[in-house]
Design a protein around this ligand. Structure first.
Ligand code: ATP
Ligand code: MG
Length: 330
């Protein structure tokens, strides 16, 4: 079973779109897939036509320490199609940021839930919220691999740098290596600018970036409104073809050779270093050359997740937040 978190605290970079469509494409290829919606915004849940407000139980009930009776992950699963199940979310998941504070073993709760699964899967895909907090830590701690979508904006790359710092910290504490790879999303092949940034990203990140690039495709947006993976909505859509290719690449990379070449020490460290170098030099150079100036996505953050301010504080000083308790096993 491969457990893959899809994370980047930059909002709107394609995490949920990737979680839904990669899961669906893996299932179409005969893989048994569980998608865990680990975002209180519940976009993956809604994107698969499940109404969060109708749920009797969701992933919150499995993870919360405030249980009268234990709820196991198998109890909340919703079949989406053959070999594709969803562990849905709703807004109650946001309570966990409070509930887990100060709790011993707080970062292990999702890991334990997945390890306790009775149902068998080839892939468990975790859709993370656009923030760094208990939810994100739980997802990273549970995962063997992380896919980091980047929409090639400066803020997305900053997200990569912060996230890889956290992954490094986790690697050290857990004495293991989470394999991290970036995925380019919303690529617009029509602009010279995109092409140049793509070339640079691929040069810099080398094996730490998927060969498959997810192109900008309006069908990916539309299919969400219909509560379907893009392939069910339009099987000729470019978005579907790209996620099929990503699924193939992911399955191929299970082969021991690729996996081992990525896994040995330093994939997160490499990504961090390369991202920082890239932000400092390459990206700025390209942005200036093409006259692009970026603004932070403030509209998104103010209307998006309600705990983003807290998250920023945590992100600025993660060690003070998570692993300072000597009572913990980490
Ligand atoms: N390749 C693409 N082409 C066109 N639109 C896309 C593409 N990928 C994602 N989108 C759209 O961009 C928006 C943000 O995507 P998505 O919800 O997947 O991002 P996210 O990282 O999960 O966001 P959040 O941080 O809020 O969880 C959505 O409206 C989605 O439909
Ligand atoms: Mg999302």
């Amino acid at each position: 079973m491969r457990i893959i978190a899809i994370a980047n605290q930059k909002g709107g970079c394609g995490k949920t779109t990737t979680a839904i469509n990669l899961s669906s494409s893996l299932a179409l290829k005969g893989q048994r897939v569980l998608l865990i919606d680990f975002d209180p915004q519940a976009h993956a849940t809604m994107g698969l036509n499940v109404m969060p407000s109708d749920l009797e139980k969701c992933i919150y009930d499995v993870i919360t320490p405030k249980q009268d009776e234990e709820v196991i992950l198998d109890e909340i699963l919703i079949p989406i199609k053959d070999t594709f199940d969803l562990a849905p979310s709703n807004i109650t998941l946001s309570l966990l940021e409070q509930e887990l504070t100060g709790l011993k073993g707080r970062e292990d709760r999702l890991y334990n839930a997945i390890q306790g699964l009775v149902a068998e899967y080839d892939y468990v895909i975790i859709d993370c919220p656009p923030s760094i907090g208990h939810l994100c830590f739980n997802a990273l701690r549970a995962a063997d691999e992380v896919i980091i979508p980047i929409d090639m904006s400066l803020f997305s790359l900053r997200g990569v740098a912060k996230l890889t710092e956290i992954i490094l910290m986790l690697n050290e504490k857990l004495e293991r290596e989470i394999m991290s790879r970036a995925l380019i999303t919303m690529y617009d092949a029509r602009t010279r600018y995109s092409e140049t940034v793509l070339e640079k990203v691929k040069d810099e990140f080398e094996k730490h970036v998927f060969e498959t690039v997810i192109r900008y495709n309006i069908r990916l947006r539309e299919s969400v409104d219909f509560g379907q993976p893009v392939g069910d909505y339009d099987r000729h859509a470019i978005g579907h073809i790209d996620y099929e290719n990503l699924a193939d690449e992911l399955i191929r990379s299970d082969a021991a050779d690729t996996y081992n070449s990525l896994k040995p020490k330093g994939s997160a460290h490499d990504i961090l270093q390369k991202t920082e170098d890239f932000i400092e030099s390459g990206y700025r150079h390209v942005s200036t050359e093409y006259g692009y100036a970026e603004k932070e996505d403030t509209a998104y953050y103010s209307s998006g997740s309600s705990y983003s301010d807290m998250i920023e504080a945590i992100a600025a000083n993660p060690s003070a937040y998570s692993f300072s308790d000597p009572e913990d096993n980490y």
